[in-house]
Design a protein around this ligand. Structure first.
Ligand code: FAD
Length: 443
């Protein structure tokens, strides 16, 4: 397309800001990312799925020094499971690697703190702190400052207010390992690094936990840790460093995640409960859709409302999916049923099942926005009761003609024959498609 002269500024250089910037660069845009390093040391556990997501987003250097997966112990509802593993990553290092990937791709990276952002006649003016450049203009703004992104005036859906308190302990060098365990007022996630650093995170309900003031917080947390069976191996032969850091972990959905010349991605659009361990994956999910949405807003103003509708629907859908995963996990802890921490979380955000079995009668062919060649366009897709956002292609085969042919077929004709004669599919492809349709309850 034409006119790719728009200057796009991304605020924040975490996984979401980074992935959006790489995608925009691939589409031919001039992109500047303003990022300040994370102000505290954070360790996070990531699954193979997160690594795959980062790789798909185009990151290379960010993945260069990932540790081997280490054992993860989970103690929940009185049962202990040690079958899983996770990779324990240093978030500061991951974010530095993201910065190197951005520079290698030709994205301008400015190490600075974003100050005031104001709207101008042409776009936005961004004030920078602590760098040689004091101010930058943007035609289009990507808000990717994570949970700290300002959201004044935007409608948001919030779950129960939640806080995670992190402590760092120091012990002998050891095998890396992590553990999650529930307790009466919340849950703990603990990690030990090979260098002996222990990272102990307790998550509480802000309203009901009755947390003491800052001076007594460490003692309060340590009293809980001393009683947690799986914490023992993390605190044995280790000493608290006396540093405690609070991170808000309330689930938040921004109901207005996109405008004509701005978009929010990652945690700034929706942040999930860290319980599910899906944070980075979910941040990437919104960021991977954003470049096509931005491209459409800039190149095809006539399709603005379509592009915005597409993006907001995806953000809402992803948020609810991850929120329901968290809800079901909370509901599986039955020992402190009446404690407000557990009672509020197992009923939020709603009572809809995570997945519904597909009802063949629910299948519909409708026009919906999809990503096509870096743009949002309307196409015929198939929606089902479990897939309200629609399915366009399956292995490159458009599904709307398949469903339409089957819905119009003479009952004496088998589905496979119908696809062969009606759509000209080869017998092998028609057979594979028919099998898929039966397996997925579309027939
Ligand atoms: P972020 O990664 O938060 O990136 C935002 C970036 O913007 C940061 O680098 C920040 O320094 C920068 N920034 C902020 N303000 C400014 C400013 N004014 N100027 C310039 N730069 C700025 N996810 C997992 O996958 N696994 C886990 O184990 C996990 N544990 C978690 C534990 C807790 C307690 C919490 C709260 C979250 C956890 N998450 C975890 C979630 C994960 O951290 C986020 O979902 C993910 O980092 C979101 O990516 P992002 O790019 O949207 O935002």
């Amino acid at each position: 397309t034409h006119n790719k002269t728009a200057h796009i500024v991304v605020l924040g250089g975490g996984p979401a800001g980074g992935a959006t910037a790489l995608g925009l660069k691939t589409l031919g845009y001039d992109v500047t990312v303003i990022a300040e390093p994370r102000p505290f040391k954070a360790v996070e556990g990531v699954s193979e799925r997160v690594v795959e997501g980062l790789r798909n987003a185009g990151f290379k250097q960010a993945l260069a020094n990932l540790p081997q997966p280490s054992p993860r112990l989970a103690s929940w509802n009185g049962a202990t499971n040690s079958a899983n593993t996770e990779m324990l990553i240093n978030r500061n290092e991951l974010d530095q690697g993201i910065g190197r990937d951005l520079q290698a791709a030709g994205v301008h990276l400015v190490h600075s703190r974003v100050g005031k952002v104001s709207e101008t006649d042409e776009g936005f003016s961004v004030e920078l702190k602590g760098s040689d450049v004091a101010q930058l203009n943007a035609d289009f703004l990507v808000e990717a400052r994570g949970r700290s992104a300002p959201a004044a005036g935007l409608e948001r859906l919030r779950g129960s207010e939640t806080v995670s308190l992190l402590q760092y302990w120091q012990g002998e060098p050891c095998q890396p390992q992590s553990a999650a365990e529930s307790f009466e007022d919340g849950w703990a996630w603990m990690a030990a690094w090979s260098d002996g650093t222990r990272y102990l995170q307790l998550t509480f309900d802000v309203a009901s936990a009755d947390l003491p003031d800052k001076a007594q917080l460490i003692d309060h947390c340590n009293a809980i840790l001393r009683n947690l069976p799986s914490a023992q191996s993390f605190i044995a032969n280790a000493e608290p460093t006396g540093v405690i850091h609070a991170r808000t972990s309330t689930p938040i959905l921004c109901r207005e995640a996109v405008g004509d010349n701005w978009i929010r991605v990652g945690d700034a659009a929706m942040a999930v409960d860290p319980l599910s361990g899906n944070g980075i994956f979910q941040a990437l999910s919104s960021a991977l859709q954003a470049p096509a949405v931005i491209n459409t807003l800039l190149q095809h103003p006539d399709k603005r409302s379509l592009a915005k509708q597409f993006y907001q629907q995806r953000v809402d859908h992803l948020f609810h999916r991850f929120a329901r995963i968290g809800r079901d996990f909370y509901a599986s802890e039955e020992r402190w049923w009446d404690n407000p921490f557990w009672a509020t979380r197992r009923n939020w955000p709603d009572n809809q099942p995570l997945h519904q079995e597909t009802d063949p009668d629910s299948l519909q062919v409708v026009c919906m926005p999809v990503v096509s060649n870096g743009l949002i366009e309307e196409h015929e897709v198939v929606t089902t009761n479990d897939q309200p956002l629609g399915i366009w292609h399956l292995n490159g085969i458009p599904m709307a003609p398949v469903v339409r042919a089957l819905q119009n077929r003479d009952e004496r004709v088998s589905p496979q024959t119908c696809l062969q004669t009606g759509l000209g599919m080869s017998p092998e492809i028609a057979e594979g498609m028919t099998r898929w349709l039966y397996q997925n309850h579309w027939l």
